[in-house]
Design a protein. Structure first.
Length: 222
């Protein structure tokens, strides 16, 4: 038997160790999602532009990022960039930059699929009334693509939240780091890791259920 003891769990434990890490994980998820969607949309438009000088670098970037584990990207940036710029970047800044850069590749594929799901007839209709490529994308295609891709974008955001635990590798104080630090302080690492598992599951499962309900509503509207 493991002889588990959770008597140390109280508001002081949550306030002193967990809330700071949870807040950082939430902020990292929100910033990486916003930045990833923004740059991912630009990458998707580059790949759909029909111009080789735009398609090739965008495709290269997306394929490279999707072929490398996120933890490796985090470590490379955190360890190598200080040698290039001559000063340390910091774990938090490294986390924000690498997550945005990495997630942009995944969000770009989601957005590219969403744009391609819009019937070509709507593109031609926009061109027929004199819209430019940019106007067509901004006013006709992208609004519909975003609506179609909302469930997939939110699912990717949930995966992103789970991946925030990887910043533990560079010492950033995220949710997992908070539980790990508490485990060392109270001498109960098994209990705190079990609690971390429950918290990650509860958050991810709740968000997944909300995405499923949203997906059903969108399907009814269609």
């Amino acid at each position: 038997m493991l002889n588990l003891d959770f008597s140390f769990v109280n508001w002081g434990f949550i306030q002193g160790f967990i809330l700071q890490g949870l807040w950082f994980s939430i902020i990292l998820t929100a910033v990486a999602t916003a930045g990833g969607i923004f740059f991912g949309t630009l990458l998707a438009l580059m790949r759909l532009s029909g111009q080789k000088w735009l398609i090739l670098p965008a495709a290269f970037y997306v394929n490279v990022m999707r072929s490398v584990p996120l933890v490796m990207v985090i470590l490379w940036f955190f360890l190598l960039v200080p040698f290039i710029i001559g000063r340390p970047v910091g774990a938090e800044y490294s986390a924000f930059i690498t997550f945005i850069a990495f997630e942009a590749a995944y969000f770009s594929e989601i957005m590219r699929a969403g744009i391609q799901s819009i019937p070509r007839g709507q593109v031609f209709a926009g061109m027929a009334v004199g819209m430019s490529y940019a106007q067509n994308m901004k006013l006709v295609i992208l609004p519909q693509a975003f609506r179609n891709m909302v469930p997939v974008l939110l699912t990717q955001t949930i995966i992103l939240f789970q991946d925030t635990s990887l910043v533990y590798a560079i010492g950033a104080y995220d949710l997992l780091k908070g539980f790990e630090t508490a485990g060392k302080n109270f001498g109960r690492p098994i209990e705190t890791y079990l609690m971390a598992t429950v918290v990650y599951f509860a958050i991810s499962y709740s968000l997944s259920s909300a995405v499923k309900r949203l997906h059903k509503k969108i399907a009814i509207i269609r």
